[in-house]
Design a protein around this ligand. Structure first.
Ligand code: ADP
Ligand code: MG
Length: 291
């Protein structure tokens, strides 16, 4: 796009809550045919709530929540807030401190709580770190449609937290507009296949990749590009940053992390799904003004 086109686009975008941070990308938007949509925080509200806690028989529920909350205080993932809020609202839950905290993007968190090596995150993430998962918790995980966070310490997963989220108002309409703009919508999420399928069904999307790591999201973008697609990606999290940067057009949701915004070409300051098709329309119109 020419500097004048970008200025015009920038002005119009600002009015509609769309910030153009990577003007070079606008030249590619006319060809965009596929749009990858992150689930948590993009299609769903990201205002998550703890809906269930299942523990092993020997585990105290309040202690498990205290350990999870201690770890999650250092994370900016939407599930982290659900867990810390539930813990803070429950007088039974002890306040514990963490040493050696680490956030593992798209996977979970780890650290030493009260001197005991502990972790919270995707069940598969804890399994990879050598934690055993009791049969009873595996069974609960297999039947839940919610987002799952396993909590473990001392080599064993001892609690399974279920965290509920809802599809954003206007998400179905936004997806319908994207289709009418000629785009194929695809969900890419680190969440479980069941949680992803529930969101996909309510939006009428049948192309879904679940259980995807941040590197997996990047690989999906590259794979589609290698197959000839021109790809837009919409995300909000640190876990989306690599895919946003690799996409032909990266779009960061309003209310998302700085890492997502700085990896993107467009940043939506309006934190609502309708801003996504608006951004596509604006990007196309801005490019059109060069001709
Ligand atoms: P999405 O792609 O839908 O935005 P993420 O990739 O951010 O989802 O997360 C995938 C999964 O990893 C979550 O559903 C959760 O189980 C786990 N996870 C990610 N971050 C955390 C965290 N801070 N604490 C616990 N679990 C986490
Ligand atoms: Mg997300």
């Amino acid at each position: 796009a020419t500097p004048v086109a970008i200025l015009v686009g920038t002005g119009r975008g600002a009015e509609r809550g769309i910030l153009i941070t990577g003007p070079e990308a606008l030249d590619r938007t006319a060809g965009v045919d596929t749009i990858l949509l992150d689930k948590t925080g993009t299609l769903t509200t990201g205002h998550m709530r703890l809906t269930g806690v299942t523990t092993t028989p020997a585990t105290d529920r309040a202690r498990a929540l205290g350990i999870a909350a201690a770890l999650e205080r250092g994370s900016e993932h939407p599930v982290a807030r659900a867990i810390t809020e539930a813990a803070e609202g429950d007088a039974q839950v002890p306040m514990l401190s963490v040493a050696g905290f680490r956030a593992h993007s798209g996977l979970g968190v780890s650290g030493s709580v009260d001197g005991i090596a502990s972790g919270a995150g995707r069940p598969a993430f804890l399994a990879e770190r050598g934690y055993t998962i009791p049969e009873q918790l595996e069974a609960r995980a297999a039947e839940s449609d919610d987002t799952l966070v396993a909590v473990g310490w001392d080599g064993e997963v001892r609690a399974l937290l279920e965290i509920g989220d809802s599809v954003r108002d206007g998400a179905a309409e936004a997806v319908a507009r994207l289709r009418s703009q000629g785009l194929r919508p695809v969900i890419v999420t680190g969440d479980t296949p069941r949680a992803a399928a529930r969101t996909a069904a309510s939006l009428g999307i049948d192309d879904v990749h679940a259980g995807v790591s941040p590197e997996g999201k990047l690989a999906i973008v590259r794979g589609l590009q290698a197959g000839g697609a021109t790809v837009a990606m919409v995300g909000d999290g640190v876990n989306d940053a690599a895919a946003l940067a690799a996409a032909d057009l990266g779009i960061a949701m309003g209310g998302g992390t700085d890492a997502a915004a700085s990896a993107s070409d467009l940043a939506l300051t309006r934190d609502e799904p309708a801003a996504i098709p608006d951004a596509i329309a604006l990007a196309r119109a801005t490019r059109g003004t060069i001709r």
